[in-house]
Every structure is written in structure tokens, then in C-alpha cells.
Design a protein around this ligand. Structure first.
Ligand code: ZN
Length: 231
């Protein structure tokens, strides 16, 4: 079994699927590809800039025997139009669809992804329903790369629920599933992303409570995903 998790940002694979990574490593080859881990033009931005996030991602993912690949593209807040204006000026803009100027980036990302997913048996994609423009861009690029061509073999695709976002169930044509997951492993890996834990939750205990609420731990920890129903 060859499996690939596509993470829009450093932390998405571990925060959203961390309780499954140990099992997936046992079942075969696992690769985590982080798309938007590049510096962009703001290389001197302090705090939780790309370099910090890359280091946290490397340290967290080193907990499991998996392959790691970063594509080095700049995340939404580090992307600008030709006149130097931010494409996503403000948090609300990030919740919308990708900016029209990102159409070329979607095509370029699809080209980068095509050889990476060609020989996979399974692909894990963010659900990207009302979460983050980068998540939707990644999903769209992956689906573009999966488009049928001559001799194309399509891997199985599962859509994971992104944490801490709470994407609503997708409309029409999807089936929701849940699998038992390892909460301890999930939490330990997630807390390695210190800058994100601090920035979004203030401290580790509120993060742990939010992850427990999401997954049903400690009573019964589950990982939730969707598959498209065969038409
Ligand atoms: Zn993300």
C-alpha cells in the first residue's frame, strides 16, 4: 500500500490525521507532502514565519517512519499580484475561494503533483469546505492532476476533516466514515507545532481539549473522512 497525505500547510497532516499516521506507516509506504511551506518575499517576517513552521513540521513528522516532501510554495498571505498588492488582505479573504490570480498557481501545482500521485494507491486530501483558500486550491490542483488521461490509474481518494476548522459535511454525493484513531499519538505530534498551538489556542491544555472534543477522546477517538459516492 502506497499512501500520500497532501497537507496545504505545515501542521495540516498531523493536526487533521495524526491519530492515523502510525497505522498507515504499518500498512505500507506513507508520504506527507506539504505544499505551502515556502518563504515568499517576506523572508524576514519574525515569529511564526515559514522557517519556524518548516522546522516544527520536520520535528513533528520525524515521530513516524514516513517520507516528507515540501513543495516550497508561499502560503496565501505571502502571495501578491503584479503590483505588489496582497492577494489575501485580511482573515476573511482566506476563507473565500482562491483569488483569480491564483489560477496559474493551481495549474502549476497540478503539474507538480501529477508525478507524485501517479503511483500511489491512496491519496488523502483536505475536504476544503469553508476552511481556507489554500486548502481549496490544493484540493482543486490534486483533482486536476487526477483527471483521467491515457493509461491513467486513479488512486483511491479520501477527504479528511481539517482541524481546527470545522468543515460542514459536504453536500450531495459523499459518504462520511470514521475510523478508530490513536489520540495520544495524535496529541503528542500536534503539540510539536508550538507556534501554531500558542498562536491559536494560547497553550497546550486548550489545544488538547479542542482535539479531544473533535475526535471524541478519551472515550473513543475517531478520525473522520469522506469519500465521493460512485456515480
Ligand atoms: Zn492549513
Amino acid at each position: 500500500m502506497r499512501r500520500l497525505v497532501l497537507a496545504p500547510h505545515p501542521d495540516d497532516a498531523v493536526w487533521s490525521c495524526g491519530g492515523m499516521l502510525r497505522q498507515w506507516c504499518r500498512e505500507g509506504d506513507l508520504t506527507v507532502v506539504t505544499v505551502f511551506d515556502g518563504d515568499g518575499p517576506d523572508v524576514h517576517r519574525p515569529g511564526s514565519g515559514p522557517a519556524v513552521r518548516r522546522a516544527e513540521d520536520a520535528a513533528a513528522l520525524a515521530r513516524w517512519p514516513l517520507r516528507v516532501l515540501g513543495l516550497g510554495l508561499p502560503e496565501a498571505t505571502l502571495r501578491y499580484d503584479g503590483a505588489g498588492r496582497a492577494l489575501y488582505a485580511g482573515p476573511l479573504a482566506l476563507r473565500r475561494a482562491p483569488h483569480p490570480a491564483d489560477a496559474e498557481l493551481t495549474t502549476r501545482l497540478a503539474e507538480l503533483l501529477r508525478p507524485l500521485i501517479a503511483y500511489q494507491d491512496e491519496l488523502l486530501l483536505p475536504l476544503a469546505v469553508r476552511t481556507h483558500a489554500d486548502h481549496l486550491l490544493v484540493r482543486e490542483a490534486a483533482e486536476l492532476a487526477l483527471a483521467p488521461g491515457p493509461g491513467a490509474v486513479r488512486p483511491r481518494v479520501r477527504y479528511y476533516r481539517e482541524f481546527p476548522y470545522a468543515p460542514p459535511p459536504p453536500a450531495g454525493g459523499y459518504r462520511e466514515h470514521a475510523e478508530p484513531a490513536d489520540f495520544t499519538d495524535w496529541l503528542r505530534g500536534s503539540l510539536v507545532y508550538e507556534s501554531q498551538v500558542r498562536g491559536m489556542f494560547g497553550d497546550a491544555p486548550p489545544f488538547a481539549r479542542a482535539l479531544a472534543r473533535r475526535t471524541g477522546a478519551p472515550r473513543r477517538c475517531v478520525w473522520t473522512y469522506w469519500v465521493q459516492a460512485v456515480t
